[in-house]
Ligand binder design. Structure first.
Ligand SMILES: NC(=O)c1ccc[n+]([C@@H]2O[C@H](COP(=O)([O-])OP(=O)(O)OC[C@H]3O[C@@H](n4cnc5c(N)ncnc54)[C@H](O)[C@@H]3O)[C@@H](O)[C@H]2O)c1
Length: 396
């Protein structure tokens, strides 16, 4: 239990590596991206939630090491897999990155080791895809090693809920695997709950993120209605949220982005379709989500009486406030739509700084319209002067 390999040093793998190493566990973080490995070795944290100082301390203590080589020796007891599980170009689950990582793990796997998958996957993937690859690559039978699934609940930039105080789910192929996984996480997570099966844990993660997508899309749809009748959706949500039970507030936006909320529900929808029990809510929520940027292009067009030749400043391009992450950001589609309609678009986001070979511009009053897409805390709107404003976060 004292030596762990963590495959993938991204938003999930790196906080896990640091938390485990802080609890005294020796960690080898593997990432095939050599630039990231060099950056980590230079104690430059690639993740907002991890400070350079914390990274430096972990590296200097020798308890956290990183490597770009996808193999490890027999001294390691546990391997956690935290690599991306994106959507393909046709908006379908794409497991290729995960399966490559699993093949690599299989090549180093020895009897008695525990492999924990943390990447978000469809129900049945650990049992039906991961385990057979581990068997094939290692030459071992499934009862000679241990396998568990433990979905990650990292919420970048969340100041209240961190890895230590966010309850963690684990499930094992066998009770022994589940208990060993629980023992591992319990060293640095306050509450670890064992699920009934691998499939329950896999589906629970998909439920959590689908719940968010469906509710955010619902509120965004309602926001369009409120705008039409001239009331503020925020006032409506706040009023409804005075009910102390049976209601949870969600707030409007330009749509969801990032690696999880727009992606994971599609894993569930595709599994549900395959099982002959389609999840129509998810499909509709996905559609509404994808249409939100287009809706705001229409609103901008209305405000300016046409977009041709108009100067528009988009404020905040990251997928959510206070992070520099632009993966799956809906702001990309907003900018594309505005430009297609003839507007000259600039963007401001000093967290993202450069994106799509462009650089963040200062906020000034030299625009026909400013659109608040992602309101980072640092942004000062007073610099806009009297520039007309379109706020995607709700206002009449
Ligand atoms: N980002 C989040 O907030 C979040 C939250 C919960 C769950 N998840 C899930 O966790 C998983 C990982 O997401 P992430 O956000 O950490 O991704 P990420 O892109 O930030 O990091 C993944 C890392 O894995 C590396 N990698 C890819 N293939 C590899 C291989 N074969 N061997 C070693 N390293 C490899 C990449 O270079 C990258 O650095 C995904 O399934 C995601 O859905 C993410």
């Amino acid at each position: 239990m004292n030596k762990v390999v963590i495959i993938g040093q991204g938003y999930v793998g790196m906080p896990l590596a640091l938390a485990a190493s802080k609890s005294g566990i020796e960690v080898l973080g593997i990432d095939t991206n050599i630039f990231k490995i060099n950056q980590i070795n230079a104690a430059k944290s690639p993740i907002e939630d991890i400070s350079d100082d914390d990274l430096k301390t972990a590296l200097e203590s020798g308890i956290y090491k990183v490597s770009d080589k996808p193999y490890f020796d027999t001294s390691f007891e546990i391997v956690c897999i935290c690599v991306p599980t994106p959507l393909s170009e046709n908006h379908q689950p794409d497991l290729e990155i995960l399966l490559v990582a699993v093949r690599d793990v299989g090549k180093s796997l020895k009897a008695g080791m525990l492999v924990i998958v943390e990447s978000t996957i469809q129900p049945g993937t650990t049992r039906n895809e991961v385990i057979p690859i581990l068997e094939k690559e290692s030459g071992l039978k499934r009862d000679q090693f241990l396998v568990a699934y433990s979905p990650e609940r990292v919420d970048p930039a969340n100041k209240a809920w961190k890895i230590g105080n966010t309850p963690k789910l684990v499930a094992g192929l066998t009770p022994e695997a589940a208990h060993k996984a629980k023992e591992f996480y319990s060293k640095f997570v306050d509450q670890v709950d064992i699920c009934e099966s691998l499939e329950v844990a896999e589906t629970a993660k998909l439920l959590e993120n689908s719940f968010r997508l469906v509710n955010i899309s619902f509120i965004n749809e309602l926001a369009m209605f409120c705008q039409k009748i001239g009331i503020d959706i925020i006032d409506v949500v706040k009023a409804a949220a005075t009910k102390p039970y049976g209601f949870m507030p969600f707030y409007p936006s330009i749509g969801v982005g990032g690696h999880c909320i727009p992606v994971d529900p599609l894993y569930l929808a595709s599994a549900a379709k395959e099982a002959g029990a389609p999840t129509r809510f998810i499909e509709l929520a996905d559609q509404i989500n994808l249409e939100m940027p287009k809706y705001f292009v229409g609103r901008a067009n209305e405000i300016l009486g046409g977009l041709k030749g108009k100067k528009v400043l988009v404020i905040g391009v990251a997928y959510k406030p206070n992070v520099a992450d632009v993966r799956e950001t809906p702001v990309a589609t907003l900018i594309e739509g505005l430009e297609k309609a003839g507007a000259s678009v600039s963007w401001h986001d000093d967290l993202v700084k450069t994106w799509n070979s462009q650089t963040s511009v200062p906020i000034t009053d030299q625009y026909d319209l400013a659109i608040i897409a992602t309101p980072h805390d640092y942004i000062q709107l007073s610099k806009l002067g009297n520039t007309p404003l379109l706020n995607t976060r709700g206002s009449k």
